[in-house]
Design a protein around this ligand. Structure first.
Ligand SMILES: Nc1nc2c(c(=O)[nH]1)N[C@H]1C(S)=C(S)[C@@H](COP(=O)(O)OP(=O)(O)OC[C@H]3O[C@@H](n4cnc5c(N)ncnc54)[C@H](O)[C@@H]3O)O[C@H]1N2
Ligand code: MOO
Length: 405
């Protein structure tokens, strides 16, 4: 039996993050449109000034010198216009067109009058109606550093710059193993058996934390041999193996003996947090000699999710070459008890403004109802408790817009 001192919750997060950072995945180059959710492996720099040429922001006239002006042509978006050669000349110009060399002003169509002689009169606006090269960015400027999470707007900026592909971090691959002979994969619970609620749930959280989920296997039989076989085969493909259940030392808890057999070394073996305390993170040598990670999530379903947010989220942030986001501060909407020498992660809902966290109901470690109604966890550090009105750290769940409105 493996006895261990629970690691402080904040330290456990830091250890998981640093281990991930040290093993960060390499870069790959992928088409721009596929880069949403990935992480920049290199800084995103402009390839030209932005805009790359003086650009009309109106439909109207590009004029040279004093008016009235004689129209000598038309400039549409998409080409390089000839210069305006003489004072008193103008060209009709479209929004987005390159402003011809020697133009001295742009006049909006609605601010102009065309006389019987065909000449154009009008006044330019006080603020110039064209965009100058470099107004948005200079050639070679770093717009986003390596480590930036790529979202649709960043893809748009990269396209504006002229990129067709982006160098991003390879996604860490994950495999999931569900342990527990008592688990059903179909039908209602009863007669001593419960539905597996983690096999269907954990992959979604893993994807939101930036992993590529390769496989979900289980329930794996409650024997040491079955555990070893399942872990070995998961290590073939996965950078990270997540197991659920069997983290304690009951008669059919085989995870620790399996880890010993596989030559694993613990990065974190139990965490001083409630719920979720028996969670673990280990390094396990893969078949090719390269180390993999194994996260042992406790079997109680809410505890398993707490292990994800505590150990797996920071590990994946590190493997993806991202920063570990700082925890926002919120106001406790009511008292939240401490848990003695342990950190208490208390499920809570946020108000619309995201300022006040109100503890949720149905938060037993075997329950998921509270989790499914919460935005995240109020963090109550060891030896403390939170009173209504106190400022407390908040660990958000990775929810998408529209979830838990
Ligand atoms: N003597 C002690 N027993 C326990 C302690 C303790 O300190 N001393 N701690 C409890 C805590 S805290 C937790 S958390 C659990 C962790 O146990 P394991 O990780 O070994 O998990 P199991 O024993 O396999 O299962 C625990 C519980 O969770 C249910 N379960 C497991 N997997 C699933 C799943 N995929 N979907 C739904 N439910 C699942 C399982 O049926 C058990 O009810 O240990 C306590 N015991
Ligand atoms: O810590 Mo257990 O993880 O309370 O359910």
């Amino acid at each position: 039996m493996t006895e261990s001192t629970p690691v402080d919750w904040e330290l456990a997060r830091t250890l998981a993050y640093e281990a991930g950072r040290a093993a960060a995945r390499g870069a790959e180059t992928i088409p721009l449109a596929e880069a949403d959710g990935r992480t920049l492996a290199e800084p995103l720099r402009t390839l030209t000034d932005l805009p790359a040429f003086p650009t009309s922001s109106i439909d109207g006239w590009a004029v040279r010198g004093a008016g009235p002006w004689r129209p000598v042509g038309r400039v549409l978006a998409g080409g390089t216009p000839p210069p305006l050669t003489a004072d008193g000349d103008c060209v009709e110009i479209a929004t987005g067109a390159m402003v011809p060399e020697h133009a001295t002003a742009l006049i909006r169509i609605e601010d102009s009058v065309t006389g019987a002689d065909g000449r154009v009169s009008g006044e330019p606006r006080t603020l110039p109606d064209w965009r100058l090269p470099g107004e948005e960015a200079d050639l070679g400027e770093e717009l986003f550093p390596a480590g930036t999470a790529v979202d649709p707007a960043i893809i748009g900026v990269a396209a504006t710059c002229g990129y067709e592909t982006l160098a991003v971090r390879s996604r860490p691959s994950a495999a999931m193993l569900v342990f527990g002979d008592e688990l059903l994969t179909a039908g209602p619970p009863g007669a001593g058996r419960v539905r597996d609620s983690l096999g269907p749930q954990v992959p979604g959280w893993l994807r939101r934390y930036g992993a590529r989920v390769e496989s979900v296997t289980g329930p794996v039989k409650d024997t040491l041999t079955a555990h070893l076989d399942a872990i070995r085969s998961a290590l073939d493909t996965a950078d990270l193996v997540c197991t659920t259940g069997g983290t304690m030392h009951g008669p059919v808890d085989h995870l620790h003996p399996a880890l010993a057999e596989l030559g694993a070394s613990y990065l974190v073996n139990t965490v001083a947090v409630r719920p979720g305390f028996p969670m673990l993170l280990a390094r396990v040598p893969g078949p090719d000699g390269r180390d993999r990670f194994l996260a042992g999530l406790p079997g109680n379903p809410q505890s398993a999710v707490i292990a994800l947010v505590t150990l797996v989220a920071p590990l994946l942030a590190g493997l993806n070459g991202r920063a570990l986001p700082p925890l926002p501060s919120v106001t406790a909407g009511s008292d939240v008890a401490g848990r003695g020498g342990f950190t208490h992660l208390a499920l809570a809902t946020l108000d619309v403004a995201g300022h006040t966290a109100t503890p949720a109901g149905h938060v037993g470690s075997a329950m998921l109802r509270g989790l499914a109604n919460s935005h995240g966890f109020v963090v109550v550090r060891p030896g403390t408790q939170a009173a209504a009105g106190d400022t407390v750290p908040f660990l958000p769940l990775p929810l998408l817009p529209g979830e838990r409105p």
